[in-house]
Design a protein around this ligand. Sequence first.
Ligand code: UGA
Length: 456
Amino acid sequence: MRISVIGCGYLGAVHAATLAAMGHEVVGIDVDPGKVQHLAQGVAPFHEPGLDELLQDGHATGRLTFATNPEAARDAQVHFLCVGTPQDKTSDRADLTFLISALETLLPHLAAGAVVVGKSTVPVGTVDMLRGILAPRPDVLLGWNPEFLRQGTAVKDSLVPDRLVYGVEGGRPAAFNAATGAPLGVAAALDAVYEPLLAAGIPRLVCSFATAELIKSAANAYLATKISFINAVAGLCDAAGADVTELSEAMGLDPRIGSRYLHAGLGFGGGCLPKDIRSFSAQAATLGVPAVQDWMRLVDGVNLGQRERTVSLATELCGGSLAGRAITVLGASFKPDTDDIRDSPALDVADRLAAVGAHVTVTDPKAVNLAWRRYPRLRFEASIGKALQGAELVLLLTEWDEYRQLCPAVAGQQVRRRVVLDARNVLDAAAWQEEGWAVRGLGTPAGVLKAAAAAR
Ligand code: UGA
């Protein structure tokens, strides 16, 4: 099929490349000429494992092109809207400006009978509003197909998704021929797009627009809930002298609970979960459902509280004052395997430490070049060895493999004081303690603090 993808950020670039890998002829369109130039040369403008290879394959087969001019989309049969819906600058709501402008820009270039499908995360009711923009083109079909990919595993998540969701006008009953069961309209077009995935047995669910919009928001809200739940329990473990890592392992073995997103630590960040739970809360307020509104506020509050807790533990580990102390922070991206620093818990904590006078050096395998301009109070160092030199406290804030596998003996030779705050609870505390390190986690036994006190 001939397909256009409007917006080539984390979502759109991966979607365009995977559609080309499935055999479609794809044009990716973005207003940013720098991004388009990179993508056209087969180089992802951000770090995403496996994406460069996919872009290069698409380039080599000639099936994947990129452009800034929306006219390049005119021959496409299906258009995917993949632009960002960030948090509004002055409220908890999602900012739909990019989405509206993408559709308005696309409008004059739509061929007769084209299908427009949104993938961005949007508040419920958005599709109804977009319908108004499409009113002058009654021949154009509109669908909603939320995306569930995670940064860092986006290529795999797109090629082998857990499910496909199609939101269509009239919901499920309208999507199939009553007599034959054959898909109609948007459902038929999306079945053709995702034919290889459906053939591989990926489940597809067809529903109304409102349900499709809410499925995505509710899924992110639930993931955030799980993370904040275990982080709240980590606070309880700290107070009671229990170990949250053992507790979550035992809880996760119950298949009704499951162990994923039940890892206690510094909490979530990034361009999705934080803004999506706030938007979900704002939607609930508008719709008069205070339970969801309050729930999301609590989840957000617990999450931000983990950053606060990390700062106060760091202060405690430095003997009550951070002024003038040399602190090394391992990790700048919001999670491993991405260079995305949007709402990064690691950088937030690092900056708060620097704000009260600590000399903070941050290292990261991929994000240093993006982060240094935005955080003038922090010192950045690409080499982990150099970053550790002279540290009085080491904070592990993003669990890159490099940091999980760090040798405590080697690291110990570089620092001034062997004290580590593992805010992601990923280090083998016993191995580090054997090398003379005082180790502290979030929700892990407070007894190790004694060792930390001894190290002061
Ligand atoms: C999230 C969802 O997982 C995707 O399904 C969704 O498509 C995407 O948002 C989106 O809306 O576009 P992503 O933001 O890439 O994906 O990141 P996740 O892997 O979900 O991690 C989010 C945050 O939670 C990270 O900061 C991570 O460190 C944190 N996290 C995750 C925890 O603190 N504990 C956990 O146990 C798991």
